[in-house]
Design a protein around this ligand. Sequence first.
Ligand code: MG
Length: 641
Amino acid sequence: MPGEPAEAPRAKSARAYSIATVCLSGTLDDRLEAAARAGFDGVEIFENDLIASASRVAEIRARAADLGLRIELYQPFRDAEGAPPERFKSVLRRMRAKLDLAAELGAPTVLVCSSVAPDTIGDDDLAAGQLHVLAGLAADRGLRLAYEALAWGRQVSTWEHSWGLVQRAGHPALGLCLDSFHVLSRTSDYAGIRSLPGDKIFFLQLADAPRLDMDVLQWSRHHRLFPLQGGFDLAGFTRAVDTTGYAGPLSLEVFNDVFRQADPHRTAVDAMRSLIALDDAVRPAAGQPGPLVPAPVLDGIAFAELTVDAESGPELQRWLGLLGFSHVGQHRSKPVQLWEQGGARILLNSSVDRSAPAEGSAAISAFALDSEQPARSAERAAQLLARPLPRTRAAAEADLTAVAAPDGTQIFFGRSEPDGPYGWLGDFLATGDRSGHPAGITGIDHLSLAQPYDRFDEAGLFYRSILGLRDDEAAEYAAPYGLVRTLAVHDPGGRVRLALSVPLLRRGEWAPGVTHPQHITLATGDIEATAAALTAAGAPLLPIPANYYDDLDARLALDPALLTRLRRIGGLYDEDAHGRYVQLFTPVISGRVFFEISQRIGGYRGYGLANEPVRMAAHRALRRAGRPDRGGRLGGVRRGR
Ligand code: MG
């Protein structure tokens, strides 16, 4: 897989990490290769994947061994316990066949999930007796059965009930499979798991999920996520299981519509990252050091870098001038300009060796973070399998490590200082230019980056785990061209904020919106003064429709004077329990980039996401009106047909 490490180095852990083949896309061969390359120790073989494989069982066993993968589990065996006597005969026949298969495969354990058959009898003595018989068949072959309560099981749907049957069956070859989804989708009270004997937990399956109010079967089948990507307390759950002395693998079992069709190599790395991060979250509470270097404190976004070409470069320069920035520095060895206003720094990079955007377009291709310990930020990123980016630098230049975010954006770790090994400002020669008329911009409030459809949940985990960012606002809203899902993340100090977005469904052919929009939000302490300065400079800001202000008035009964001022400056408004937010936008510049200028009043914690549909429609209205976004022609957007 281009760009991924061939053998992922992972933070050392004594634990075995495993993944169910059902988590990944492709044929069984594709899935095994992806799991091995991402560094997994073992796999659960999902029955459908084996059945569809062109390889015979012995060949699959050999292939896994070649790849260095243990086959930890064969799954699932369905509708076993509580069967009426007539049907139980066929259960026995099927079990013998599957146990023979598991033995040939080299899988020591077969997963039996609680029956969903309509004729399942609610008689614990009968069910336990049948499980005892089945466990005897497994024992005859030197195998074990791990019994799992499906949250939608016909008679058995809780881990307590499954444990009751395992105890009642009383067979040494019968134990439990605990699956975090089945437990946590039903209850957040899992403390009782701590009292289980660890040697009777034969297998542990881990899956996270967003908190959804929906049918649990559909929830499980379509929306599972890797640990730390959803809303479940996976760390607490895993800690509870650890308390029992369970010594088996941490194994991922995730059914997810997006992962099922995404590049399995990427998904496997994402999965491995989730286990490393989970392991790190679990171990300190058990009195052991976590495997990861702690995430260093971040002091802010040092710069945002726009990749530009011969057409978009001058256009961005013009816009930065209108916004009050000055071109204060020129890179010593590269065609990179440093523009500055207050604490906001923006680089325009016209070097050709970067991933070039389409002709005439610009893109936020990189940003840098001021880290208190840049080398340790980079070390943590490597431990969590961030893809390192090669970088050429002259001898005297700062040692900025760069890693690639899931959307390809480059992230640098450095210090906004003129000197020192990580002081990147020293890489720029002062131009002496202070010609910009400052408009009151004080810094970069946040970056908004549309994510590729397949990589949204991966991106959330990436930023949480690698940078130590925390979730802010997660939302879904109806935008003009479809539903959009967002996730905002921030550092504990509130100095680094990112807003990620993705369409809820993969885009169809009719897509007149801006493809993968990106914007830089510039902070001001006085939005009205900034608006006045921009108007005086001749910066054309995005017109906001009158309907918006009528609605604002109806909903929030704002002070009429404030409403009048908002109308006058074209400001969008939001408020939360902590404060207020006013935002202005530029038109889309050079394809897909634009600027937001915002003021946080009080302790407002959001990102103005409620206003996004209005902002998008306003940008579209500008394009429909044929008003140029830049340089006399429409921005590089696909136009509606
Ligand atoms: Mg399961």
